[in-house]
Design a protein around this ligand. Sequence first.
Ligand code: SF4
Ligand code: SF4
Length: 448
Amino acid sequence: MAVGVERTEASPAFNPLLGPLGPDREMIQRCIHCGLCTTSCPTFALLGNEMDSPRGRIYLMRMVIDGEMAVNETVLKHLDRCLDCRACETACPSGVRYGSLIEAAREGLEKVRGRGPGARLLRRFLFRWLLPNRALLGLAAAGTRLYQRTFLRPLLLGLGLIPKELARLEPMLPEAPPLSSMLPLPGEVAPAGEERCRVAFFGGCLQSALFGDVNRAAVRALAANGARVVIPSSQTCCGALQAHAGDRETARLLARRNLEAIDPSQYDAIVLAVSGCGAMLHEYGELLAGDPAFAARAKVFSSKVADVTAFLAKLGPRRARHPEPQRVAYHHPCHLYHAMKVRQEPLKVLEAIGNVEAVPLKESDWCCGSAGSYNLTQTELSMRLLDRKMGHIRAAGAPVVCTGNPGCQIQIAYGARERGMELRVVHPVVLLDEAYRAAGFYDGAGLP
Ligand code: SF4
Ligand code: SF4
């Protein structure tokens, strides 16, 4: 296959993609270059360039690994443009696990990327200090709310006091929630009625700071379906944003902390309502496969990770009627659909809610362009994908979009604001929770 890349001499002394943590050569060899993945790749659909397809990116990785070319601007550009959405994995007949390849490649590429000290410090601050620190994140969310709700926003924007790059991204900021939704969940929530199972609940860092109401709704809905829900207080950020951005060292560090915080042998499942984190927790076994102290525990842990919709669908959720009629289009978060393979379960949860009508959404399994920090680092491509998504949402004609990932929620809500569309973007479990509340399932149960 001719990809038409500009080759530059590889250095025999150092190859950033070689070594035990680099992309798995055997996995790369599984690619038979059939190209079946290309039609499901959003970046190939937008750009029509082989090097922006999964096949082309795998070819680039192979050439670097084999020393046929050095890491140059071409390699970085095309690998950076990948969303890590993993739609190619779903399409691949050879079982190429592309997500593990691109994340390992990004970890290697960080060693030769030549970021300046300021950029390196910013990454360190975000990935190592801010995201895993609940108090700092809460402070940041509270500061954002203050900025959004007072004279500060018009003042700072009007006087041009916000740096140009940040001012460009500022409209994408989600609306920060009230302080009450940032309060930590209790350590344990008893089931409402007979106990059917015992689960650990994983909150997620940004989810807890910005979508604490979704976590509360999930915990209540689990309890209403007979789950005893334990919320271990020493859990931390899952490491997904770090892994996607090439900082798997921090992701491994955080994974070890979460494995210390949550002993999987104590629970029937580790449940969460944030699919980006779910996919990461689901892969702790692989992430720590080479760590003799944690490998076995990580494997058990990963096998018990369940998205809240999948867990409720398995329990067979109690049915209840929503107090208001809801026309709902469902958008599949990439990591739930392609990585965790949770596809029908969110729809089953919606089916359990009376008064909800699910309407079809074209390309509902296509990335919305959020993809971790992609909307910040590859804004132009991200906005083109969002435009495509919003066109389909408009055509579906539903006033409510359901989706199970905060990144998708933020991106689609931003798309609606920009286009002046009246749209509610909500996690499916929130609609279920509203129906349960209206049906009186929580009366007297003392739930959070
Ligand atoms: S992960 Fe998504 S964007 Fe990247 S190559 Fe696969 S389908 Fe394309
Ligand atoms: S579908 Fe799989 S085997 Fe075929 S080109 Fe894509 S990654 Fe390679």
